[in-house]
Structure formats: C-alpha cells, structure tokens
Design a protein around this ligand. Structure first.
Ligand code: PLP
Length: 281
C-alpha cells in the first residue's frame, strides 16, 4: 500500500511515527474520512472545508495548500486502484519534546491512505438497534480532533450489547451518535441537534439537510430529550460510511413499528440518486 506523506506518495513501510509526535502523545491533531464512490471523492469540498476549520480552531498550520492536498488525494486514490472505499486523512501538530503548550516550531505531519469499503446494504435496508450512553466528551466536539476516547468507550458499550451504534445523551438531551449524527421524525417534523460545539457537523448531515428541502418534512434544528426521541415515528443516523441508516430500536424500545420508516426510505433513495449523479457513467 502507498500512502500520502505530506506532499509525497510513498510506500507505507517508509513511514515511521516519531516517538514525540504530538498526535501520538496528546491526540493533538485532526482528521477526515472521505468516501470514494466509483473513484470519485464524494463531497470533497465540504470535507476539506471542515478540515481547514478544524485546523484553524486548533491553530495547526496546514503543511500544504488545500488545492495541492486535493490534487494529492486524487493521485492517491488513482494510485490505490480502489474505486469504492474511503480516504483516512490525518494531520498532527508534529513532533517536539513533550510539553503541553504548543512548541515554538513544529512541522505538522500529514498522512492519508485509502481503504476499500462496502456500502452496508443489509443494515441500511433492515435498520439497526442502538443503545444510549452518556455523552462524556469534551465541549468542542465540533472540531474533528483525534481525541475520541468518549466516542470509543460509547461504541465499545454498544458492541458489547450487540448494538450498531451508541446515541449520546448530554444533560438529558440527544446530541449525536458515537460516530454519526442523529435525525428523528414526528409527523412531518424532522429534528436534529443544531450544529454547535456539542456535535460534529457531519458532511452526510449537511447533505441530508439539503435533501430534506425536496420532501414535505419541516426541519427543526433543535435538541430533543431522550424521552422525546423514544416517542418519534422514525429515527435514523448518518455518516460517511453508513449514509442514511434507519434506527429501529433504542435500548429496549421499538421506534415506530420497529421497521424503517417511509421518510427515512425517501431520504435513502434521494441519497442514492445523489451518489449516482456524481458517478460519471
Ligand atoms: N459525529 C461524529 C462524532 C462522527 O465521528 C462522525 C463521523 O465519523 C459523524 C458525526 C458524521 O460525520 P460525517 O457525515 O462527516 O461522516
């Protein structure tokens, strides 16, 4: 496998992690996961825009201009010969003797690589069961940082209970999933948490907000309680890997009839059309 290392495509073996890389010691870095459909980097502008924002919020200088990065990512995808997969891209503040505050001078390290990925069609068709977990993360989860332990622990709890995701609850309110955004529908109202410091503004979330405009659903970007979530007609989660994935059970409670709802299906269909439209035939 070849990887992108700063501005060069090199064999994976030629990359070694420095002992004092701040990503390794402090989680001092940012990342993105970009979906590749038929060789095309889906929603790449939005992903790179979010990357630039994360970098700015953490004051990590980008090692290369964003246009060059996009060209390099295209080269990396072509080089991988993977047509359906994802790119993992990470930038850390770089390496320096261990001290919490920023070092005076660092060279940020950028690495990216491509992996194959299948669309989880079975889950998307049948829906998934999820659990709820306390949202114990820090208060800047709008930044896509490498600090993911709150997410990791929640997802582990889900796995141990045989569930597909953990929906996080902070002060009684639903924020998001351990690696997804949460949408809930009651009547013709579609609720999702506003994009503030308490959630990551998912790229798939942003796509779904656009798709909602072509439905008769009214968007309510407002937090809901766990009690309200359990009373919803439909619930679904969104992320780069799972697209629009129906939730049919939360803890021991069935959502609606315990099958994927009609609006969720409509949004899945619209999402598929969008993917189809970005793939040149
Ligand atoms: N929220 C969290 C905490 C995530 O980790 C992710 C993605 O991994 C998302 C939301 C969804 O983001 P996206 O749609 O950009 O994949």
């Amino acid at each position: 496998m070849n990887i992108l290392l700063n501005n060069r495509i090199v064999p994976r073996e030629s990359f070694s992690l420095d002992l004092e890389d701040r990503g390794f010691q402090f989680g001092d870095g940012i990342y993105e996961v970009i979906r590749i459909y038929d060789g095309i980097l889906f929603e790449w502008e939005a992903h790179l825009e979010r990357l630039v924002r994360s970098a700015k919020e953490l004051m990590i200088p980008l090692p290369i201009p964003v246009n060059t990065l996009y060209q390099n990512l295209q080269l990396l995808v072509r080089d991988s010969e993977i047509t359906d997969g994802s790119v993992y891209l990470q930038i850390t503040r770089g390496s320096a003797p261990r001290f919490h505050a920023f070092p005076e001078k660092t060279d940020p390290t950028l690495v990216a690589y491509v992996r194959e990925m299948q669309r989880p069609l079975e889950k998307m068709k049948k829906g998934i069961k999820v659990i709820t977990a306390e949202d114990i993360r820090w208060l800047r989860v709008d930044i896509k940082s490498l600090n993911l332990l709150g997410n990791v622990l929640a997802r582990q709890k889900a796995v141990e209970k045989g569930a597909g995701e953990a929906i996080l609850i902070r002060d009684g309110m639903v924020t998001e999933g351990s690696s997804s955004n949460v949408f809930a529908i009651k009547g013709n109202h579609c609720f999702t948490h506003p994009a503030n410091h308490l959630i990551l503004n998912g790229i798939t979330r942003q796509v779904v907000l656009r798709l909602l405009k072509d439905t008769d659903l009214t968007l309510k970007e407002t937090p809901i309680t766990l009690g309200e979530l359990l009373e919803m007609d439909e619930v679904f989660i969104t992320n780069t890997g799972q697209e629009v994935c129906p939730v049919i059970q939360i803890d021991e409670f069935k959502i609606g009839k315990g099958t994927p709802g009609i609006y969720t299906r409509q949004l899945q269909f619209a999402f598929e059309l969008l993917i189809g439209s970005v793939i040149p035939s």
